[in-house]
Design a protein around this ligand. Structure first.
Ligand code: XMP
Length: 518
């Protein structure tokens, strides 16, 4: 989509940090893209990259099926930066020697720079040059033609380069992309600006201009439809498309009866009243709740909600004449074909989405966020004038509160969960924790417990509070919410939500648990 921007490719060898590398480069306002390390040389070159980064990875270069690259890659005159496994691979393929370390080096190390040169330009010594190591193998002999640039106490060769003739290869044993390497961003900038010669032109403002142009070209005079959920992705995709084609876009918002308190009104206010977007609100509460009656199996709940959604969406959109396109808020992490990206959770639960719609309705797709990471989508949303409540909204699953009510979904249980959810949300926000937490919510358990209120014995429901920190929802840790905040949440839920006499806090990480309870 961005032919006019410089581009850095990141070849993924399976590191958990690959996406971070691409993000750091983009933070330097240079466009970067991830390709699997198995991409053929011709494919890599067809992207015309100004530079290539070889990521880290879990393998050892001596393993039988260790991932590798075509040696010709080094002969193209394109600057290369090998990180960790990338460095070992460069060494292995260029005639150096990689050996098993006597012990795994993991954690912080002080970098001593032996040759400041271009890669370490402006990087200080001492604590400011702390770097993050995570490797088993290490370089024993550098390849011919290379020179050592830096060392640490445990790694005599922490950085090296070869810069002669057409070869411009730089290698780091540590991870410049992680926050634990404070000068890492500066090193990455040195690589992309000074060594690769890239210009910082990749900004959200330029992204909007290009995307608007493309959407207009793609759509012409046809009509476009969008399934708006109020989540960040569909909201930003809709706002961007609206910026491009105005009233040719119609958004449909389906109230499935399992939304949180006030959600529908907020979407109505933001998109219809403030952004003047063509918004159709479909209240299908009754139909969804009837279909969910007495259903307790989580997967069945998901399937029913998915099917109902498609039915109502399709029915309504057929009333609009001449619709040829569907807008979807697909993000870059969903389309990266990388080695490490898809964790096991991708297949553990049937995620309800609108994936089946385009083929069924014979619509072409508009996916204006396909090149962006989540944090970039937020910046874009702000650039498009969306309010903070939308831009910073925590993710909310398509099947909504149905998968947070364990057991069957009834009006009474929905009311109980909504009230508890509102309290969790309010308290997390007022404690200033909302943006640091990936998701915080309440779950209604299918059991009752004994309590005492006044002089009365009670026998009522339990609410579990779940709050996790995460980067992408693939892995997560329970959030260490301060005790006072937990105390306030518990007090308020027990006092204000009728039918609840106990609150528990979920302290499970993902894996082995998942974020949602169903
Ligand atoms: P789990 O529970 O699998 O959730 O750890 C990971 C992330 O995905 C969200 N989630 C869903 N989103 N449809 C969605 O659109 C679904 O069926 C669904 N199930 C889970 C969940 O909220 C978390 O952010």
């Amino acid at each position: 989509m961005e032919p006019s921007h410089d581009r850095i490719l990141v070849l993924d060898f399976g590191s958990q940090y690959t996406q971070l590398i691409a993000r750091r480069i983009r933070e330097a306002e240079v466009y970067s893209q991830i390709l699997p390390c198995t991409a053929p040389l011709a494919t890599i070159l067809a992207y015309r990259p100004q530079g290539i980064v070889l990521s880290g990875g879990p393998a050892s270069v001596y393993e039988r099926k260790a991932p590798t690259v075509d040696k010709e890659l080094f002969e193209q005159g394109i600057p290369i930066l090998g990180i960790c496994y990338g460095m070992q691979l460069v060494t292995h393929l260029s005639g150096g020697k990689v050996a098993k370390s006597t012990h795994r080096e993991y954690g912080r190390a002080e970098l001593v720079i032996d040759d400041r040169g271009d890669l370490f330009k402006g990087i200080g010594e001492g604590p400011s040059a702390t770097v993050w190591m995570s490797h088993g193998d290490r370089i024993e002999h550098i390849p011919p033609g290379f020179q050592i640039l830096a060392h640490t106490a445990n790694s005599p060769i922490a950085a090296m380069k070869q810069a002669d003739g057409s070869r411009r290869v730089y290698c780091l044993q540590f991870h410049p992309e992680v926050a634990h390497t404070p000068a890492g961003a500066a090193m990455i900038k040195n690589f992309v600006y000074d060594i690769c010669g890239c210009k910082p032109t990749w900004t959200m403002q330029s992204y909007v201009e290009t995307a608007v142009h493309h959407i207009r070209e793609q759509v012409g005079k046809d009509r476009v439809i969008c399934a708006l959920s109020g989540g960040v992705d569909s909201s930003v995709a809709a706002a961007l498309t609206h910026r491009a084609i105005g009233d040719q876009l119609t958004c449909l918002f389906v109230d499935n009866g399992v939304l949180r308190a006030g959600e529908r009104d907020q979407v109505q206010k933001t998109f219809a009243s403030q952004l003047h977007l063509n918004l159709k609100m479909l209240d299908r509460t009754k139909q969804f709740l009837t279909a969910l009656k007495n259903v307790t199996d989580p997967e069945r709940k998901r399937k029913i909600i998915g099917r109902q959604f498609i039915r109502h969406f399709e029915h309504e959109s057929k009333k609009l004449k001449g619709v040829k396109f569907l807008v979807q808020g697909t993000l870059y992490p969903d389309v990266i074909e990388s080695v490490s990206f898809k964790g096991p959770s991708a297949t553990i639960k049937t995620h309800h989405n609108v994936g089946g719609l385009p083929a069924r309705m014979r619509l072409k797709l508009i996916e204006p966020l396909r090149e962006l990471f989540k944090d970039e989508v937020r910046i874009l949303g702000a650039e498009l004038g969306l309010p903070d409540e939308i831009v910073w909204r925590q993710p909310f699953p398509g099947p909504g509160l149905a998968i947070r009510i364990l057991g069957s979904v009834t009006d009474v249980r929905l009311a109980m969960l909504r009230a508890a959810e509102t309290i969790v949300d309010q308290e997390i926000r007022s404690a200033g924790l909302y943006r640091d937490i990936w998701q915080a919510f309440a779950v209604l358990l299918p059991i009752k417990t004994v309590g005492v209120m006044g002089d009365q014995r009670t026998y009522e429901h339990v609410i579990a509070v779940r709050a996790v920190t995460s980067l992408d929802g693939m892995t997560a840790d329970w959030a260490p919410i301060p005790n006072e905040v937990l105390g306030r949440i518990s007090n308020r839920i027990i006092n204000e939500v009728k039918g609840v006499n106990r609150v528990v806090y979920d302290i499970s990480s993902k894996p082995p648990s998942t974020i949602e309870w169903e």
